[in-house]
Each structure stands twice: as C-alpha cells, then as structure tokens.
Ligand binder design. Structure first.
Ligand SMILES: [Ca+2]
Ligand SMILES: [Ca+2]
Length: 417
C-alpha cells in the first residue's frame, strides 16, 4: 500500500512535471513576456531609444523615455549608476556635473571632488556621494550643447524601478511590447566603491518579473567580466558593447586610452584592444557569455575624410570639419561574422544632426539607417526614435511592398509576427 502510494505520488509528480515542462515550453515557443506580448512580436530591426529621446529632451528622464516610446521606440535605454544608499538611477556617468543642475545647488557645493574613474581623474559631483533623497533634489539638463536647452531644470532623475514602471504602463497603454535596455556603467569602478551594480540590477529585474530569458530586457556593458558574472546569474539577454576612442582620417579606429580596451582588462592585465572582441575569435568568445554585440557604428561601416596637408579637410566648405565631410567605406564583415555565431548586432549611436551624417547620406538621417539595415544590423541605438521608426517603415516597404496593403487589413503587419 505504501509502495503503491509512493508509486502513485511519483506518477502524479511525473505527470505534473510533464505538464509544467509543456506549458513552459509553450511559453518559450510563444515567447510570452508575461504581459501578453509575444517575444516573436519584437520588431526588426529594433529601435532602441538611446538615453530615451535624448535628441529632444534632457537624457535619462522619465519624460525622455516616455517621448521615445511615443515616437515608436521598442526599447528605452537607461544607463545605470549607483547612489550612496545603493539605489540604481539613470545617468550616463557617475559624475552628475554634465547632465544635472547639481553645480548650481548651494546645498551640495561641498560635495565637489576629484575621483579616479577607470584610471582617469574626474572632477565633479558623484552619484555615490548622494542618497536617493538628495538625488531627488536635482534636475536634468541637456548634455549636448548643440541641442535644445529650454527644457533644462524641469525633470527629475528616475530610479530603474521608476523606469520599469513607466515602461510597463506604456506597454499596456500602447498594446505593444516595450522593453528596457539597461547599461551597467563603469562596473569595475562601482565594485571598487562597494556599490556593485550587477546584483542590484538583477534584484530589481526579479522584483519586476523580468529576470528571465524572454523578458523584454537586454543588459549591456563595455566591460566583459561583469557580463560573464551576469551570465552565471541570469538568463536575461546580454550585449557586449565595443568602443574605440576615435575614427582616424582613413576610417581605421583609434585606440587611445582610456577607450582602448574594456577596463576590466586593464585591471586583470589582459592584453588587447576593444577591436579584438569583433574578430571571428573575439566574437566566438563573446558568444560564450553574451547574446549580441553593440559596436560603435564605425566598426560596421567606417568613413574616411579627404586629407589636405595631413589633416581632414572641409570638403563641403561650411567652415567646419566633421562627419559631413567624410565618405563611407564598404561595410566590414563584422555583422556577417556575428550572425554566423547567432549574435545580434545593435550599433550605436544614430543621430539626426547634419554635422553627424556622412556626406553619402545627403543630409537625410533616414539614409544612414537604411544603409545599416541593408548591411544587416538587428537594431539601432538612436537619439531620435521617430527617425529610426520612419526609416524602418521605408526599409520594410523596400523589402515587401505588400506591407502597405497589410496595414489596411487591420492585422498586425510586423514581418516577424
Ligand atoms: Ca548607454
Ligand atoms: Ca565641413
């Protein structure tokens, strides 16, 4: 009898396990993110609102993320730094001086100091010297001098939890899957000051129900060791960012420190440069811990200038020497090599301003997206999500003119549905 009971219990347990496995499998196959929006409904190429809609509003504010979503972004990108009391807030740097009004607030004047960040002295006001309650007193400012400054001082600094709450609410309002693409900023630095980002980030994702493979989340980092650590702790998709210092006149990349290599390589004594992550061997290594790469776009399609007396010349004669004087070179094989390994490729950063567009694009930022879509990228980090979305529409129509007819039908017309 006891044996029978045990056997029955085992059979029931086995049946329950099978059912669980089946439903989990069905959820995986459907790719549901737990909010009724299937994983496979994710558009392609993805439009990632870089720092929100930072082309229009002060970056990394709820207003900037909300605008990016309004303009059609599929994901919004909070860069993360830690406060003194261990909260994750959305800022591009630990130093708050360039993106907030902190230097104008007398109550914080004494906080100004010089800190070593990744081996480089940096002077200003550091998030880790402020509690979240103090961060609440700050207001965001536009970091780019050539962009609208009229909205400075109006918007607060959000926590990651607040960004997630906004994104979930917008996802419900819009009836589409919207995700977050958080970046761990200066992970080694944060570990060194006792405010490691990784477990804090996973705890917030866990609480949000987003610490799983099919969550609408990508985590990105310019360092490698913290991504490896994250891989051991989460199945959320991870993306290896790949930087460089500058673009040389001939279109090759410059690797002047500190933008020569991931900072964890400096600490561990590993030789090499960022570009080594994008060779076939480098990509194969990245594949062991990440799901994609986020390269500076010139790794994919470089541009070269015209040299006069050894310096880049003002080809268009507007009195300034910039990207608008450069011509594109052929696409590299990075995208193809990444795709062979199953890695997605999400380059940064796409911007509308004329002086940031190579001459090939004829002053129209849509042309730049189309060139990268043609080269095969899976997503783009854009400061102007509306332009990226417009470019994606143009791209889809080029690929499949029936897309326009589908729009009339009222069906979901994403090609990946
Ligand atoms: Ca970022
Ligand atoms: Ca020029």
């Amino acid at each position: 009898m006891r044996l029978l009971r045990n056997r029955t219990a085992r059979m029931l347990a086995a049946a329950a396990a099978t059912l669980l496995a089946l439903s989990a499998g069905a959820a995986r196959a459907h790719g549901d993110d737990g909010r009724g929006f299937g994983h496979r409904a994710e558009p392609s190429p993805l439009v990632i609102g870089h720092r929100g809609a930072s082309g229009y509003l002060p970056e990394h504010t709820l207003e900037s993320y909300a605008l990016a979503i309004e303009l059609g972004a599929d994901y919004v990108e909070p860069d993360l730094v830690a406060t003194k009391d261990g909260h994750l807030i959305a800022r591009h740097e630990p130093n708050l001086i360039a993106t907030t009004n902190v230097s104008a607030l007398p109550q914080f004047a004494a906080r100004k100091r010089t800190v070593m960040v990744d081996g480089v002295p940096d002077t200003g006001f550091f998030a880790s010297d402020f509690t979240l309650a103090e961060i609440r007193q700050l207001r965001a400012v536009q970091a780019f001098g050539d962009r609208e400054q009229g909205l400075n001082g109006q918007f607060g600094i959000p926590t990651l939890e607040e960004v997630i709450a906004l994104v979930k609410r917008k996802s419900d309002e819009k009836g589409r899957r919207i995700g977050i693409y958080p970046e761990t900023k200066h992970p080694t630095y944060h570990q060194g000051i006792g405010l490691a980002l990784e477990d804090r980030l996973l705890a917030v994702l866990q609480k949000a129900g987003w610490n799983h493979r099919h969550a609408p989340v990508f985590i990105q980092s310019f360092e490698t060791a913290n991504l490896r650590y994250l891989r051991s702790r989460t199945s959320v998709r991870l993306v290896q960012l790949v930087d460089a210092n500058d673009l040389n006149p001939d279109g090759s990349l410059d690797f002047t420190k500190p933008y020569d290599k991931p900072y964890d390589w400096v600490v561990s004594g590993r030789a090499g440069l960022f570009k080594d992550l994008l060779t076939p061997a480098g990509l194969a290594e990245v594949r062991t811990y990440a799901d994609g790469v986020g390269p500076w776009k010139y790794y994919l399609i470089p541009s070269a200038c015209t040299l006069v007396n050894g310096a880049c010349s003002d080809v268009n004669g507007d009195g300034a020497v910039n990207e608008a004087d450069r011509k594109l070179l052929p696409a590299t094989d990075v995208i193809a090599n990444a795709h062979k390994l199953g890695l997605v490729v999400h380059p940064y950063t796409f911007r509308n301003e004329q002086r940031r567009l190579a001459t090939d694009h004829a002053g129209n930022p849509v042309n730049e997206y189309l060139r990268f879509f043609e080269a095969g990228v899976d997503g783009v980090f854009s400061d102007f999500a509306d332009t990226a979305v417009a470019a994606r529409v143009t791209w889809k129509l080029k690929q499949d003119p029936s897309y326009a007819r589908c729009l009339v039908s009222g069906r979901r017309c994403d090609r990946d549905d």
